[in-house]
Design a binder for this molecule. Structure first.
Ligand code: ADP
Ligand code: MG
Length: 604
């Protein structure tokens, strides 16, 4: 039944509208506007995946659009290919340009990324303008009327053709949105570092996002090349990139329906303002500006903020995976434990400029134990965790995992050997539900590929369902199953910490590193978190626990390493450490720890 509805909304109704449109609006101008709408919409769908989901700003999409247009035109006019074959080939080549831009801009974020993409768009613009022999420059390049097997497509048929593509692309994009690809795009758009430690190779995923987005811009450009049987370099300027971006933002960046609304506004509004001949651009700009200021989350965002729709949207948006079972009791699964030495940090140092955050530290972690790392604020605990999880490359020293050198591993590779972590400064995927956050943790275990996900085959939906249930089970373990469909950022601090723990358990780690899992949590929440850690320990999971709550550390840890000013000052079992004068000295200058040990004081 659910499936039938999906077909009606996504295929039958759009097809009927598309087919009926020329009968209702039967004039050349309207058909032309409808074509432009559909072409632009295809570009915006792609840009929305890039900007909306994976949070990669592109102000150079006009570059991809132009490449798609010129290549399609040239392949048809010079090489003699069918126009549609040309568009497909041209779009694939445009996707390669997407790969190049992605690789060039990998290290750039935010405004710098925008600058790289602007530079790319400008470069293409200039080439289109100056390379007159090939592109015709501003004077233009003539193409032909699109045709299939000798039958020419008139304006109405061409509109139908573009519309058909738009429907197919919408269905594919929707499938991406609801499956693991959309989740992964959103995840690294929210937190690259958290995605990495769950085994996601963010670089490859960015390249994928860019190439899909470039591909769709190429399709749009190709379709545009045959719309008027003429293209001119004056079309391909930066203001078009800006307009594309505005459509994404104003519609509601990262939403499924946003591109439709955004495109309708940037294409429709100028039509409505047509009568204000001299002023229409100014009014158009003004309306866009005001809309952007008043509706920072776009129109879809604004609508879903109205409480009635909010209930509707956040529950439904995240509830697609159906009814999850909470019948049977859940057990915690881990890879076979081992008592051997799992991890060895040898002579690890980490320098930040002149600052030595970690100084020749040696730590050995044995299987099945909880190994505490404690020390005053700024003593290098988090830095050690960052080095260990591959987030920082140590300045010196070696990390061995089961005897293997993993010092130079990127975080996702560290995750692949079975080490993952949580973060002192929470790194949840805030645009995803609690359940989806945990599902991203299963990244390493998902098998279905991109094409299958585009079609959302049964195999894909079964896989999603399977891991949704497993994610739900993990939420039961940390006691958050009732919050499964809420937005992760709506939870309290302590609850968010538990979500991070559940998410990292999804990886089925051999070693879990918890960086201050109780920081910022309330007393009751701290108890819950402690209980969870205790149960993980009982289940045999090896854990590195960084904590400053002494009572937690002393109760749970089997072995403790104490850092001070980046150096290891002491290690041993809790009792040894507790009584070591260097620790007492480092911690509180003595008195408080003495009271602690004597039991006359407790640290909260
Ligand atoms: P802890 O987790 O024990 O509180 P940290 O490992 O976060 O301590 O920090 C150790 C020292 O390293 C601090 O002096 C901190 O300011 C410094 N530090 C940590 N990360 C960075 C960084 N990315 N750049 C520069 N200094 C850093
Ligand atoms: Mg820290």
């Amino acid at each position: 039944m659910v499936k039938a509805k999906w077909w009606i909304y996504q295929i039958i109704i759009p097809l009927a509208l598309l087919y009926g449109f020329p009968w209702i609006f039967n004039n050349a101008h309207t058909i032309h506007v409808a074509q432009t709408f559909l072409i632009t919409y295809i570009v915006i769908v792609g840009l929305n995946l890039l900007v909306g989901l994976s949070n990669q700003l592109s102000l150079g999409h006009v570059g991809f659009y132009a490449i798609g247009a010129y290549l399609s035109a040239i392949l048809t006019m010079q090489v003699g290919l069918n126009f549609f074959v040309s568009i497909i080939i041209a779009s694939l080549i445009t996707a390669l340009f997407g790969v190049i831009v992605a690789l060039l801009s990998l290290r750039a974020k935010g405004p710098y990324l925008a600058m790289v993409t602007i530079a790319f768009g400008e470069l293409v613009s200039i080439i289109a303008n100056r390379w007159v022999d090939v592109t015709g420059g501003p004077a233009g390049y003539k193409t032909s009327v699109p045709s299939f097997f000798g039958i020419e497509l008139g304006p109405i048929q061409y509109m139908w053709f573009i519309g058909l593509l738009a429907i197919i692309i919408t269905a594919a994009a929707t499938n991406i949105f609801r499956g693991r690809f959309g989740r992964t795009f959103t995840a690294f758009g929210n937190s690259e570092v958290a995605s990495e430690v769950l085994g996601i190779n963010v670089r490859n995923w960015k390249v994928l996002a860019f190439s899909i987005s470039a591909f769709l811009a190429g399709v749009g450009g190709g379709l545009f090349a045959f719309q008027n049987q003429f293209i001119s370099s004056t079309t391909f300027e930066i203001n078009l990139s800006i307009l594309f971006l505005i459509a994404v933002i104003i519609g509601g960046s990262g939403t499924k329906i946003g591109p439709m609304i955004g495109t309708a506004i940037i294409i429709g509004l100028p039509q409505l303002l047509y009568n204000f001949v001299d002023y229409h651009l100014m009014i158009f700009g003004g309306i866009l500006l005001i809309a952007l200021i008043l509706l920072p989350d776009g129109i879809v965002g604004a609508i879903t903020k109205v409480s009635y729709f909010k209930k509707f949207s956040s529950k439904n948006r995240f509830n697609e995976l159906g009814n999850l079972q909470s019948g049977e009791s859940v057990t915690i699964e881990f890879p076979e434990g081992t008592d051997d030495k799992l991890l060895e940090l040898k002579n690890i140092s980490m320098h930040f400029g002149g600052l030595v955050a970690v100084d020749k530290v040696e730590i050995e972690v044995f299987g099945g134990t909880v190994h505490g790392i404690i020390g005053p604020n700024g003593s290098g605990k988090s830095t050690t965790v960052n080095v260990l999880s591959g987030v920082y490359m140590p300045s010196a020293g070696t990390i061995l995992w089961k005897g293997k050198d993993i010092t130079k591993y990127a975080p996702h590779s560290v995750a692949h050997v079975g080490i993952t972590r949580t973060f002192q400064n929470l790194q949840l995927f805030e645009d995803l539900s609690v359940l989806q956050n945990v599902m991203v943790g299963f990244h390493r275990h998902f098998k279905t590929g991109f094409l299958k996900n585009l079609l959302y085959l049964d195999q894909v939906s079964n896989e999603d369902q399977h891991y949704a249930q497993k994610a739900y089970d993990l939420l039961r373990i940390v006691g958050l199953e009732e919050r499964a469909y809420e937005k992760a950022s709506d939870l309290s601090y302590g609850e968010q910490r538990l979500v991070e723990i559940a998410r990292s358990l999804a990886l089925k780690p051999s070693l879990l590193i918890l960086d201050e899992p109780a920081a910022g949590a309330s007393t009751i929440e701290i108890e819950k978190i402690m209980d969870v850690i205790q149960r993980l320990k009982n289940a045999g999971l090896s854990i590195i626990l960084v904590e400053h709550h002494m009572d937690i550390v002393m109760n749970i840890c089997d072995y403790i390493t104490v850092l001070d000013f980046g150096r290891k000052i002491c290690e041993g079992d809790p009792e040894t450490v507790q009584n070591d004068p260097r620790v007492i000295e480092a911690y509180l200058g003595g008195e408080e720890v003495n009271q602690l040990v004597a039991g006359t004081r407790s640290i909260s």
